[in-house]
Design a protein around this ligand. Structure first.
Ligand code: ZN
Length: 260
């Protein structure tokens, strides 16, 4: 299992438990994660959901190529099917679960890592957290779920996409993407305290408050933008497939340099 799930005091805690590879996401991890979210959503005893990660880093993103052998020929249809399910529909579903959720983020949160914390309602970051989306280096205009502009505003969104550089926890707090920054050794205790505070509120009021904010974003175009930018993302894969037969233009040496 790549995911741990616990419930105590009306708080479900979902833990990414693949620390030996910085919680990199393969299909199994994401399917197990979706099952944990679904379980928390269905459990009437659960009022708040916390998403946290074991180890030094929150998540190093998607595991390129998956676990199995690379097929002889990769088509855009294969990429689109895999990504629309696991990188778009899952994130939207988690975002719309009618209970408050909090992500606790430490260390690196890279590319696909953003698809796990952005759908949460609140984000608590450790002071060593950083957030980046360097996929322009692979010929792609940003990760599949385009939270960037909504979370950071257009200029910061463009800056991190154009340069690939990570945002610090403090910068993320300034843009409003992160609710608060806490010392690394207090990340779990501060997140638990916040979750307990929320869990003491009436469940239906919480549900309606979340719906009010999400519905406002949807009326402003959030849902439509997320869908259409997903298709822009797929044109990046289509181009890479047409150039090199692989869904990303690999410049792994520069990627590694960026991530150092
Ligand atoms: Zn993709």
């Amino acid at each position: 299992m790549y995911i741990r799930y616990e419930v105590a005091d009306h708080i479900a805690t979902i833990t990414l438990d693949r620390p030996e590879v910085a919680n990199v996401q393969n299909a199994e991890l994401l399917d197990q994660l979706d099952q944990a979210w679904t379980r928390a959503a269905a459990d009437d005893d659960v009022k708040v959901i916390v998403l946290r990660a074991e180890g030094r880093h929150f998540s190093a993103g998607h595991q390129l190529g998956g676990d199995g052998p690379v097929p002889d020929k990769i088509t855009l249809e294969m990429v689109y099917s895999h990504e629309s399910r696991r990188y778009l529909d899952y994130s939207l579903r988690w975002r719309n679960i009618p209970k408050p959720s909090i992500a606790a983020v430490q260390g690196r949160c890279i590319a696909g890592g953003l698809l796990l914390c952005w759908p949460c309602d609140l984000i608590v970051a450790a002071d060593d957290a950083s957030f980046s989306d360097p996929v322009v280096l692979m010929g792609i205009g940003g990760v599949e779920y385009h939270g960037h502009t909504w979370e950071l505003g257009p200029r910061k969104a463009k800056e991190i996409l154009f340069t690939g550089r990570p945002l610090t926890a403090q910068e993320a707090e300034q843009t409003g993407m992160v609710n608060r920054v806490v010392p690394r050794d207090q990340l779990d205790s501060e997140t638990s305290e916040l979750a307990r505070q929320i869990a003491s509120m009436p469940a239906f009021g919480l549900r309606q408050a979340k719906r009010a904010v999400n519905q406002t974003l949807d009326v402003q175009g959030f849902y439509a933008a997320i869908q259409s930018v997903f298709d822009i993302h797929q044109t990046g894969h289509g181009n890479a497939l047409s150039v090199g037969g692989y869904p990303v233009l690999a410049d792994l040496a520069r990627m590694k340099d960026k991530l150092r």
